[in-house]
Design a protein around this ligand. Structure first.
Ligand SMILES: *[C@@H]1O[C@H](CO)[C@@H](O)[C@H](O)[C@H]1NC(C)=O
Ligand SMILES: *[C@@H]1O[C@H](CO)[C@@H](O)[C@H](O)[C@H]1NC(C)=O
Length: 191
């Protein structure tokens, strides 16, 4: 048959057979791996302690309203009002203290009876070995409670497979401007 076909047709035939063979071998959709094969050796528990600076007032707010419902302003809890933020995280409470990362996300008034925010955010760390790693948090923040607990649902970089919780405590609140400094203690299991 090879003699009967022109050379280019032979090449095409060969390619066709190869591609049939490749497609015939079924693609692996899932498989079991050992943790070590991806470099995950031992689970660790880490504690991070930092301050979240939420500035809503002035010329350079870091949290800005992006949405609200027609009834948000008449609701006692501003139900539906949503802010997007890119807030600095610092090592100490003073805004001028060392920056360890940023908190980027949204909070929205999700409770029509009492103050309760839905918070969805990523902590983007920039300090030391955590530079470039992130943690994702989603939870309910009853802002008037002394300590609010919110779940850490995942992470990237050094925080792959992260799961844990964050405890938020208001360190400073300016009741006239709404600006706040919140202490976060985050406890996470990761590898
Ligand atoms: C963090 O990583 C970025 C990008 O790799 C780099 O430009 C920056 O200097 C690093 N920051 C620190 C504090 O190491
Ligand atoms: C609180 O906010 C008001 C209004 O923006 C400002 O005049 C005042 O200096 C702030 N107080 C503190 C302690 O930051």
């Amino acid at each position: 048959m090879a003699q009967m076909l022109p050379k280019h047709k032979y090449t095409i035939l060969t390619l066709l057979i190869f591609s049939l063979l490749l497609h015939g071998k079924s693609h692996k959709f899932s498989r079991t791996l050992s943790s070590k094969s991806l470099g995950f050796k031992k689970q660790k528990l880490s504690h991070l302690d930092f301050y979240f600076h939420d500035t809503v007032s002035g010329d350079h707010p870091t949290a800005v309203p992006v949405a609200e419902a027609a009834m948000s302003n008449t609701s006692p809890t501003k139900f539906g009002k949503t802010l997007m933020f890119d807030n600095p995280l610092t090592m100490d409470p003073e805004p001028s203290s060392k920056i360890v990362g940023r908190a980027q996300g949204m909070y929205a008034s999700a409770d029509s009876n009492e103050f309760g925010l839905l918070m969805v955010l990523n902590y983007v760390f920039t300090e030391g070995k955590y530079n470039g790693s992130t943690l994702s948090m989603i939870g309910r923040n009853p802002v008037t409670s002394p300590v609010r607990e919110m779940p850490i649902v995942g992470g990237t970089g050094l925080f792959r497979f992260a799961s844990g919780y964050a405890l938020a405590k208001t360190h400073f609140l300016n009741t006239s401007s709404g600006d706040a400094i919140v202490n976060y203690n985050v406890y996470v299991f990761h590898y």
